[in-house]
Write a protein that binds this ligand. Structure first.
Ligand code: MN
Ligand code: MN
Length: 475
Protein backbone atom coordinates (compact mmCIF):
# COMPACT_ATOMS: atom_id res chain seq x y z
CA UNK A 1 0.00 0.00 0.00
CA UNK A 2 1.71 3.17 -1.12
CA UNK A 3 -0.17 5.26 1.46
CA UNK A 4 0.93 3.14 4.38
CA UNK A 5 4.44 3.01 3.06
CA UNK A 6 4.45 6.75 2.75
CA UNK A 7 3.40 7.05 6.38
CA UNK A 8 5.82 4.42 7.51
CA UNK A 9 8.55 6.33 5.80
CA UNK A 10 7.55 9.38 7.81
CA UNK A 11 6.02 11.16 4.85
CA UNK A 12 2.85 13.10 5.59
CA UNK A 13 -0.51 12.09 4.11
CA UNK A 14 -1.03 15.36 2.26
CA UNK A 15 -4.59 14.56 1.22
CA UNK A 16 -5.77 13.90 4.76
CA UNK A 17 -3.77 16.80 6.12
CA UNK A 18 -5.21 19.19 3.53
CA UNK A 19 -8.72 18.04 4.36
CA UNK A 20 -8.06 18.67 8.02
CA UNK A 21 -6.27 21.99 7.70
CA UNK A 22 -7.64 23.69 4.58
CA UNK A 23 -10.99 25.38 4.28
CA UNK A 24 -13.62 23.51 2.30
CA UNK A 25 -14.60 25.79 -0.59
CA UNK A 26 -16.76 23.38 -2.51
CA UNK A 27 -19.94 24.24 -4.37
CA UNK A 28 -23.06 24.50 -2.21
CA UNK A 29 -24.74 21.78 -4.30
CA UNK A 30 -21.88 19.41 -3.43
CA UNK A 31 -22.07 20.26 0.25
CA UNK A 32 -25.83 20.05 0.60
CA UNK A 33 -27.03 17.41 -1.86
CA UNK A 34 -30.18 17.18 -4.00
CA UNK A 35 -32.72 17.66 -1.20
CA UNK A 36 -31.51 21.14 -0.36
CA UNK A 37 -31.29 21.92 -4.07
CA UNK A 38 -34.97 21.00 -4.37
CA UNK A 39 -35.81 23.29 -1.46
CA UNK A 40 -33.77 26.09 -3.01
CA UNK A 41 -35.62 25.73 -6.32
CA UNK A 42 -38.97 25.90 -4.55
CA UNK A 43 -37.92 28.93 -2.50
CA UNK A 44 -36.87 30.72 -5.70
CA UNK A 45 -40.40 30.42 -7.13
CA UNK A 46 -41.78 32.56 -4.30
CA UNK A 47 -38.90 34.96 -4.73
CA UNK A 48 -39.57 35.48 -8.46
CA UNK A 49 -43.19 36.28 -7.69
CA UNK A 50 -42.05 38.80 -5.06
CA UNK A 51 -39.65 40.42 -7.54
CA UNK A 52 -42.37 40.81 -10.16
CA UNK A 53 -44.82 42.34 -7.72
CA UNK A 54 -42.54 44.78 -5.95
CA UNK A 55 -40.14 46.78 -8.07
CA UNK A 56 -39.90 49.87 -5.86
CA UNK A 57 -39.63 50.50 -2.12
CA UNK A 58 -43.29 51.54 -1.98
CA UNK A 59 -44.45 48.39 -3.77
CA UNK A 60 -42.20 46.28 -1.52
CA UNK A 61 -43.69 47.83 1.63
CA UNK A 62 -47.21 47.23 0.27
CA UNK A 63 -46.31 43.59 -0.38
CA UNK A 64 -44.70 43.28 3.06
CA UNK A 65 -47.67 44.70 4.96
CA UNK A 66 -50.03 42.31 3.19
CA UNK A 67 -47.78 39.29 3.75
CA UNK A 68 -47.02 40.30 7.35
CA UNK A 69 -50.70 40.64 8.27
CA UNK A 70 -51.36 37.24 6.71
CA UNK A 71 -48.55 35.91 8.96
CA UNK A 72 -50.15 37.38 12.10
CA UNK A 73 -48.26 40.68 12.43
CA UNK A 74 -50.19 43.73 13.66
CA UNK A 75 -49.31 47.45 13.55
CA UNK A 76 -46.90 48.37 16.35
CA UNK A 77 -48.24 50.48 19.21
CA UNK A 78 -45.49 51.98 21.39
CA UNK A 79 -47.89 52.14 24.35
CA UNK A 80 -48.62 48.41 24.37
CA UNK A 81 -46.74 45.92 26.50
CA UNK A 82 -46.01 42.94 24.29
CA UNK A 83 -45.57 39.30 25.31
CA UNK A 84 -43.15 36.69 23.93
CA UNK A 85 -44.33 35.49 20.52
CA UNK A 86 -46.20 38.73 19.71
CA UNK A 87 -45.70 39.93 16.14
CA UNK A 88 -45.67 43.62 15.21
CA UNK A 89 -44.68 45.87 12.32
CA UNK A 90 -43.95 49.56 11.95
CA UNK A 91 -44.61 51.05 8.49
CA UNK A 92 -42.50 54.18 8.02
CA UNK A 93 -44.30 56.31 5.42
CA UNK A 94 -44.94 53.40 3.07
CA UNK A 95 -41.25 53.33 2.08
CA UNK A 96 -39.49 51.49 4.90
CA UNK A 97 -40.70 48.92 7.39
CA UNK A 98 -39.61 47.18 10.60
CA UNK A 99 -41.08 43.85 11.72
CA UNK A 100 -40.46 42.28 15.12
CA UNK A 101 -41.25 39.05 16.92
CA UNK A 102 -40.95 39.45 20.68
CA UNK A 103 -38.55 36.94 22.23
CA UNK A 104 -38.74 34.95 25.48
CA UNK A 105 -36.14 37.28 26.96
CA UNK A 106 -37.60 40.29 25.15
CA UNK A 107 -34.94 42.93 24.57
CA UNK A 108 -33.27 42.35 27.96
CA UNK A 109 -30.10 40.89 26.39
CA UNK A 110 -30.28 42.92 23.20
CA UNK A 111 -32.20 42.38 19.94
CA UNK A 112 -31.25 40.56 16.72
CA UNK A 113 -31.66 42.61 13.55
CA UNK A 114 -31.63 41.59 9.90
CA UNK A 115 -31.44 44.80 7.86
CA UNK A 116 -31.79 44.99 4.08
CA UNK A 117 -32.75 47.75 1.64
CA UNK A 118 -35.65 47.80 -0.79
CA UNK A 119 -34.77 50.71 -3.08
CA UNK A 120 -32.94 49.86 -6.31
CA UNK A 121 -31.07 51.82 -8.97
CA UNK A 122 -33.62 53.24 -11.42
CA UNK A 123 -34.69 56.29 -13.45
CA UNK A 124 -36.70 58.98 -11.60
CA UNK A 125 -38.63 61.82 -13.24
CA UNK A 126 -37.67 65.44 -12.83
CA UNK A 127 -40.35 67.71 -11.28
CA UNK A 128 -41.30 69.17 -14.67
CA UNK A 129 -40.67 66.19 -16.92
CA UNK A 130 -42.97 66.34 -19.96
CA UNK A 131 -41.82 67.99 -23.20
CA UNK A 132 -41.94 67.40 -26.92
CA UNK A 133 -39.17 67.23 -29.47
CA UNK A 134 -38.84 65.77 -32.97
CA UNK A 135 -42.61 65.17 -33.08
CA UNK A 136 -42.46 62.94 -30.01
CA UNK A 137 -43.40 63.34 -26.34
CA UNK A 138 -40.65 62.61 -23.83
CA UNK A 139 -39.93 62.78 -20.09
CA UNK A 140 -36.85 64.37 -18.51
CA UNK A 141 -35.27 62.19 -15.84
CA UNK A 142 -32.70 62.14 -13.07
CA UNK A 143 -31.27 58.68 -12.50
CA UNK A 144 -31.27 57.23 -8.97
CA UNK A 145 -28.30 55.29 -7.58
CA UNK A 146 -25.13 54.08 -9.24
CA UNK A 147 -25.92 53.08 -12.81
CA UNK A 148 -23.97 52.53 -16.01
CA UNK A 149 -26.16 54.76 -18.14
CA UNK A 150 -25.76 52.90 -21.44
CA UNK A 151 -27.40 49.82 -19.89
CA UNK A 152 -30.68 51.68 -19.46
CA UNK A 153 -31.25 52.59 -23.10
CA UNK A 154 -33.16 50.46 -25.60
CA UNK A 155 -34.87 48.27 -22.99
CA UNK A 156 -38.57 48.19 -22.04
CA UNK A 157 -39.41 50.31 -18.99
CA UNK A 158 -42.44 50.45 -16.70
CA UNK A 159 -43.71 53.39 -14.64
CA UNK A 160 -44.27 53.25 -10.87
CA UNK A 161 -45.02 55.75 -8.17
CA UNK A 162 -47.34 58.17 -6.52
CA UNK A 163 -48.85 61.51 -7.51
CA UNK A 164 -50.34 63.90 -4.96
CA UNK A 165 -52.86 66.20 -6.61
CA UNK A 166 -53.39 69.84 -5.76
CA UNK A 167 -56.43 68.92 -3.63
CA UNK A 168 -54.31 66.47 -1.61
CA UNK A 169 -55.71 63.27 -3.10
CA UNK A 170 -53.12 60.57 -3.75
CA UNK A 171 -52.88 58.42 -6.85
CA UNK A 172 -50.77 55.29 -7.09
CA UNK A 173 -49.54 54.56 -10.60
CA UNK A 174 -48.11 51.39 -12.13
CA UNK A 175 -48.04 51.11 -15.93
CA UNK A 176 -46.20 48.52 -17.98
CA UNK A 177 -46.26 45.53 -15.64
CA UNK A 178 -49.64 43.99 -16.44
CA UNK A 179 -50.18 41.95 -19.61
CA UNK A 180 -51.35 44.33 -22.35
CA UNK A 181 -50.06 47.51 -20.66
CA UNK A 182 -48.06 49.95 -22.78
CA UNK A 183 -44.37 50.24 -21.90
CA UNK A 184 -41.73 52.93 -22.36
CA UNK A 185 -38.11 53.20 -23.45
CA UNK A 186 -35.03 55.39 -23.72
CA UNK A 187 -33.73 55.41 -27.28
CA UNK A 188 -30.11 55.00 -28.38
CA UNK A 189 -28.45 56.02 -31.63
CA UNK A 190 -28.13 53.41 -34.36
CA UNK A 191 -24.58 52.02 -34.92
CA UNK A 192 -24.67 53.36 -38.46
CA UNK A 193 -24.68 56.90 -37.07
CA UNK A 194 -22.87 56.10 -33.84
CA UNK A 195 -19.36 57.11 -34.88
CA UNK A 196 -19.13 60.16 -32.61
CA UNK A 197 -20.64 58.30 -29.66
CA UNK A 198 -18.40 55.27 -30.06
CA UNK A 199 -15.25 57.33 -29.99
CA UNK A 200 -16.06 58.67 -26.52
CA UNK A 201 -15.02 56.92 -23.28
CA UNK A 202 -17.89 54.83 -21.89
CA UNK A 203 -18.45 57.18 -18.97
CA UNK A 204 -18.94 60.12 -21.32
CA UNK A 205 -20.80 58.54 -24.22
CA UNK A 206 -24.09 58.69 -22.32
CA UNK A 207 -24.99 61.67 -20.15
CA UNK A 208 -27.72 62.01 -17.56
CA UNK A 209 -29.53 64.50 -19.79
CA UNK A 210 -29.62 61.90 -22.59
CA UNK A 211 -31.81 59.59 -20.53
CA UNK A 212 -35.16 60.88 -21.78
CA UNK A 213 -38.08 58.50 -21.85
CA UNK A 214 -40.22 58.13 -24.97
CA UNK A 215 -43.91 58.29 -24.01
CA UNK A 216 -45.82 59.29 -27.15
CA UNK A 217 -45.75 60.16 -30.85
CA UNK A 218 -49.19 61.45 -31.79
CA UNK A 219 -50.43 65.05 -31.71
CA UNK A 220 -53.74 65.72 -29.95
CA UNK A 221 -56.36 64.01 -32.18
CA UNK A 222 -58.62 66.42 -34.05
CA UNK A 223 -56.50 69.49 -33.28
CA UNK A 224 -55.81 71.41 -36.42
CA UNK A 225 -53.72 74.12 -34.87
CA UNK A 226 -52.00 74.90 -31.60
CA UNK A 227 -48.61 74.59 -29.94
CA UNK A 228 -47.07 71.52 -28.27
CA UNK A 229 -49.75 69.17 -29.52
CA UNK A 230 -47.64 66.05 -28.82
CA UNK A 231 -47.13 67.11 -25.23
CA UNK A 232 -50.78 68.14 -24.99
CA UNK A 233 -51.93 64.72 -26.17
CA UNK A 234 -49.99 62.93 -23.42
CA UNK A 235 -51.10 65.41 -20.76
CA UNK A 236 -54.67 64.92 -21.95
CA UNK A 237 -54.36 61.13 -21.59
CA UNK A 238 -52.90 61.50 -18.08
CA UNK A 239 -55.74 63.85 -17.18
CA UNK A 240 -58.36 61.42 -18.46
CA UNK A 241 -56.78 58.45 -16.64
CA UNK A 242 -55.67 60.03 -13.36
CA UNK A 243 -57.29 63.44 -13.22
CA UNK A 244 -53.89 65.12 -13.03
CA UNK A 245 -52.60 68.35 -14.59
CA UNK A 246 -48.97 69.19 -15.32
CA UNK A 247 -48.38 70.94 -12.00
CA UNK A 248 -49.48 67.83 -10.09
CA UNK A 249 -46.34 66.09 -11.35
CA UNK A 250 -44.38 68.46 -9.10
CA UNK A 251 -45.73 66.67 -6.02
CA UNK A 252 -45.06 63.20 -7.33
CA UNK A 253 -42.48 60.46 -7.01
CA UNK A 254 -42.45 58.69 -10.35
CA UNK A 255 -39.91 56.08 -11.18
CA UNK A 256 -39.16 54.03 -14.27
CA UNK A 257 -37.80 50.52 -13.82
CA UNK A 258 -37.04 47.74 -16.29
CA UNK A 259 -40.33 46.14 -17.36
CA UNK A 260 -39.10 42.59 -17.75
CA UNK A 261 -40.08 39.78 -15.41
CA UNK A 262 -37.81 37.60 -13.29
CA UNK A 263 -36.84 34.40 -15.06
CA UNK A 264 -34.71 31.28 -14.66
CA UNK A 265 -31.25 31.54 -16.18
CA UNK A 266 -29.23 28.63 -17.58
CA UNK A 267 -30.08 25.23 -19.07
CA UNK A 268 -29.84 23.91 -15.51
CA UNK A 269 -32.18 26.67 -14.21
CA UNK A 270 -29.73 27.23 -11.36
CA UNK A 271 -29.96 31.03 -11.42
CA UNK A 272 -32.54 33.81 -11.46
CA UNK A 273 -32.27 36.84 -13.71
CA UNK A 274 -34.28 39.92 -12.87
CA UNK A 275 -34.37 43.57 -11.93
CA UNK A 276 -33.46 44.70 -8.41
CA UNK A 277 -31.86 41.64 -6.81
CA UNK A 278 -29.83 44.35 -5.03
CA UNK A 279 -31.19 44.21 -2.45
CA UNK A 280 -34.50 42.43 -2.60
CA UNK A 281 -32.59 39.15 -2.80
CA UNK A 282 -31.71 39.82 0.86
CA UNK A 283 -35.01 41.50 1.80
CA UNK A 284 -37.10 38.50 0.73
CA UNK A 285 -35.25 35.85 2.76
CA UNK A 286 -35.11 38.23 5.77
CA UNK A 287 -38.90 38.53 5.52
CA UNK A 288 -39.51 34.82 5.03
CA UNK A 289 -37.27 34.03 8.02
CA UNK A 290 -39.16 36.35 10.39
CA UNK A 291 -42.50 35.07 9.09
CA UNK A 292 -41.39 31.52 10.02
CA UNK A 293 -40.15 32.63 13.44
CA UNK A 294 -42.38 31.44 16.34
CA UNK A 295 -41.11 32.55 19.77
CA UNK A 296 -37.41 33.30 19.56
CA UNK A 297 -35.06 33.55 22.53
CA UNK A 298 -34.31 37.25 21.90
CA UNK A 299 -36.58 39.75 20.19
CA UNK A 300 -35.85 39.62 16.44
CA UNK A 301 -36.30 42.39 13.89
CA UNK A 302 -36.32 42.51 10.10
CA UNK A 303 -35.77 46.07 8.90
CA UNK A 304 -36.31 46.93 5.23
CA UNK A 305 -34.96 50.40 4.50
CA UNK A 306 -35.20 52.91 1.68
CA UNK A 307 -32.57 55.21 0.12
CA UNK A 308 -29.53 52.94 0.57
CA UNK A 309 -28.56 53.45 -3.05
CA UNK A 310 -28.16 57.17 -2.50
CA UNK A 311 -26.42 57.00 0.88
CA UNK A 312 -29.19 55.90 3.29
CA UNK A 313 -30.32 59.53 3.50
CA UNK A 314 -33.77 60.92 4.30
CA UNK A 315 -36.20 59.85 6.99
CA UNK A 316 -36.81 56.44 5.37
CA UNK A 317 -33.09 55.66 4.99
CA UNK A 318 -31.10 54.01 7.78
CA UNK A 319 -29.06 57.12 8.51
CA UNK A 320 -32.34 58.36 10.05
CA UNK A 321 -33.36 57.31 13.57
CA UNK A 322 -36.46 55.33 12.62
CA UNK A 323 -34.91 51.95 13.48
CA UNK A 324 -33.40 53.46 16.63
CA UNK A 325 -36.82 54.73 17.69
CA UNK A 326 -38.39 51.33 17.01
CA UNK A 327 -35.78 49.50 19.12
CA UNK A 328 -36.02 52.18 21.81
CA UNK A 329 -39.80 51.86 21.97
CA UNK A 330 -39.51 48.07 22.33
CA UNK A 331 -36.91 48.55 25.08
CA UNK A 332 -38.86 51.18 27.00
CA UNK A 333 -42.05 49.09 26.87
CA UNK A 334 -40.09 46.53 28.91
CA UNK A 335 -38.72 49.18 31.24
CA UNK A 336 -35.23 48.90 29.73
CA UNK A 337 -32.79 51.65 28.84
CA UNK A 338 -32.59 51.77 24.98
CA UNK A 339 -28.85 52.56 25.08
CA UNK A 340 -28.16 49.42 27.07
CA UNK A 341 -30.33 47.33 24.77
CA UNK A 342 -28.52 48.63 21.68
CA UNK A 343 -25.12 47.91 23.20
CA UNK A 344 -26.04 44.23 23.67
CA UNK A 345 -27.66 43.93 20.23
CA UNK A 346 -26.27 42.63 16.98
CA UNK A 347 -27.17 42.83 13.32
CA UNK A 348 -26.74 41.05 10.03
CA UNK A 349 -26.49 43.92 7.55
CA UNK A 350 -27.93 42.06 4.59
CA UNK A 351 -26.81 43.40 1.27
CA UNK A 352 -25.54 41.85 -1.92
CA UNK A 353 -21.91 41.45 -2.83
CA UNK A 354 -20.16 41.05 -6.16
CA UNK A 355 -19.95 37.50 -7.51
CA UNK A 356 -16.71 36.59 -9.26
CA UNK A 357 -17.24 37.20 -12.97
CA UNK A 358 -14.80 35.32 -15.25
CA UNK A 359 -15.39 37.89 -18.01
CA UNK A 360 -13.89 40.54 -15.75
CA UNK A 361 -11.65 38.39 -13.59
CA UNK A 362 -9.00 41.13 -13.42
CA UNK A 363 -11.17 43.09 -10.97
CA UNK A 364 -11.30 40.33 -8.36
CA UNK A 365 -8.75 38.67 -6.10
CA UNK A 366 -9.56 35.01 -6.64
CA UNK A 367 -8.80 33.82 -3.10
CA UNK A 368 -11.02 36.43 -1.49
CA UNK A 369 -13.83 36.81 -3.98
CA UNK A 370 -17.36 35.49 -3.44
CA UNK A 371 -18.52 32.95 -6.00
CA UNK A 372 -21.96 32.13 -7.25
CA UNK A 373 -23.25 28.91 -5.61
CA UNK A 374 -20.82 28.86 -2.71
CA UNK A 375 -23.54 29.96 -0.34
CA UNK A 376 -24.36 33.15 1.55
CA UNK A 377 -21.48 35.63 1.40
CA UNK A 378 -20.03 37.17 4.55
CA UNK A 379 -18.09 40.41 4.32
CA UNK A 380 -16.06 41.26 7.41
CA UNK A 381 -15.61 44.69 5.91
CA UNK A 382 -16.74 46.57 2.80
CA UNK A 383 -15.61 50.07 1.88
CA UNK A 384 -12.67 50.89 -0.36
CA UNK A 385 -9.21 52.42 -0.30
CA UNK A 386 -7.84 51.06 2.98
CA UNK A 387 -11.18 49.78 4.35
CA UNK A 388 -12.38 53.38 4.38
CA UNK A 389 -16.08 53.68 5.05
CA UNK A 390 -16.44 50.12 6.30
CA UNK A 391 -17.75 48.62 9.52
CA UNK A 392 -15.05 45.90 9.87
CA UNK A 393 -16.67 43.40 12.22
CA UNK A 394 -14.62 42.12 15.16
CA UNK A 395 -12.97 38.69 15.21
CA UNK A 396 -15.21 37.81 18.16
CA UNK A 397 -18.42 38.62 16.27
CA UNK A 398 -17.24 36.91 13.06
CA UNK A 399 -16.44 33.89 15.24
CA UNK A 400 -19.92 33.90 16.75
CA UNK A 401 -21.53 34.23 13.31
CA UNK A 402 -19.60 31.36 11.80
CA UNK A 403 -20.38 29.02 14.72
CA UNK A 404 -24.05 29.98 14.42
CA UNK A 405 -24.10 29.25 10.66
CA UNK A 406 -22.15 25.99 10.90
CA UNK A 407 -24.44 24.70 13.64
CA UNK A 408 -27.43 24.94 11.27
CA UNK A 409 -25.49 23.66 8.23
CA UNK A 410 -25.76 26.93 6.35
CA UNK A 411 -23.34 26.94 3.40
CA UNK A 412 -21.43 30.22 3.55
CA UNK A 413 -18.36 31.87 2.10
CA UNK A 414 -16.36 34.95 2.96
CA UNK A 415 -15.04 37.53 0.54
CA UNK A 416 -14.26 41.07 -0.42
CA UNK A 417 -16.09 42.89 -3.20
CA UNK A 418 -13.00 43.04 -5.44
CA UNK A 419 -9.28 43.69 -5.59
CA UNK A 420 -7.77 46.14 -3.11
CA UNK A 421 -8.04 49.69 -4.51
CA UNK A 422 -10.15 48.48 -7.45
CA UNK A 423 -13.21 50.28 -6.09
CA UNK A 424 -15.60 49.47 -3.28
CA UNK A 425 -19.00 50.04 -1.82
CA UNK A 426 -20.83 50.73 1.40
CA UNK A 427 -23.88 49.33 3.15
CA UNK A 428 -26.15 50.21 6.07
CA UNK A 429 -23.74 48.40 8.45
CA UNK A 430 -22.14 51.72 9.42
CA UNK A 431 -25.45 53.34 10.34
CA UNK A 432 -26.35 50.47 12.65
CA UNK A 433 -22.91 50.05 14.22
CA UNK A 434 -23.21 53.67 15.36
CA UNK A 435 -25.60 52.44 18.06
CA UNK A 436 -22.79 50.33 19.54
CA UNK A 437 -24.26 47.10 18.18
CA UNK A 438 -22.13 44.35 16.62
CA UNK A 439 -22.74 44.33 12.87
CA UNK A 440 -21.54 42.20 10.00
CA UNK A 441 -22.35 42.30 6.29
CA UNK A 442 -23.90 39.19 4.81
CA UNK A 443 -25.66 38.65 1.51
CA UNK A 444 -26.07 37.05 -1.86
CA UNK A 445 -23.34 37.31 -4.54
CA UNK A 446 -24.70 39.02 -7.68
CA UNK A 447 -23.55 39.06 -11.31
CA UNK A 448 -24.10 42.32 -13.24
CA UNK A 449 -24.91 44.22 -10.04
CA UNK A 450 -26.85 47.47 -10.61
CA UNK A 451 -27.59 46.52 -14.22
CA UNK A 452 -31.25 46.50 -15.26
CA UNK A 453 -31.02 42.69 -15.32
CA UNK A 454 -28.98 41.11 -12.51
CA UNK A 455 -28.26 37.41 -11.88
CA UNK A 456 -28.13 35.41 -8.62
CA UNK A 457 -27.98 31.70 -7.74
CA UNK A 458 -30.99 29.94 -6.25
CA UNK A 459 -28.78 28.05 -3.78
CA UNK A 460 -27.21 31.26 -2.50
CA UNK A 461 -30.66 32.80 -2.08
CA UNK A 462 -31.84 29.77 -0.10
CA UNK A 463 -28.70 29.69 2.02
CA UNK A 464 -29.28 33.36 2.87
CA UNK A 465 -32.77 32.44 4.07
CA UNK A 466 -31.28 29.62 6.16
CA UNK A 467 -28.73 32.07 7.57
CA UNK A 468 -31.44 34.49 8.77
CA UNK A 469 -33.48 31.62 10.17
CA UNK A 470 -30.46 30.31 12.10
CA UNK A 471 -29.71 33.84 13.33
CA UNK A 472 -33.24 34.46 14.57
CA UNK A 473 -33.39 31.07 16.28
CA UNK A 474 -29.94 31.31 17.87
CA UNK A 475 -29.81 31.53 21.66
MN1 MN B 1 -27.33 47.05 -1.93
MN1 MN C 1 -26.59 48.67 -4.59
Amino acid sequence: MPKKNAKAAGKPDTKALSKELFRDRSHAAVKTGPRELGRANKFAEGYKDFLNRSKTERETVDYTVQAAEAAGFVPFDPNTKYAPGDRVYYNNRGKAICLAVIGKKGASEGVRIAAAHIDNPRIDLKPIPLYESGEMALLKTHYYGGIKKYQWTAIPLSMHGKIVRKDGTEITVCVGEKEGDPQFTITDILPHLGRDQMQKPLGQAFTGEDLNILVGSLPLPGAEEGAQLYKLNIMNILHEQYGVVESDLISAEITFTPAFKATDIGFDRSMVGGYGHDDRVCAYPALEAIFKCKTPEHTVITCLADKEEIGSVGNTGLASFFLDYFVSDLAEAEGLNPRHVWSMSNCLSADVTAAFDPNYGYAYEANNACYINRGVGIMKYTGGGGKSGSNDASAEFVGWVRRMLDKEEVVWQIGEIGKVDQGGGGTVALDISRHNADVIDVGVPVLSMHAPFEVISKLDLYMTYKAFKAYFEAT
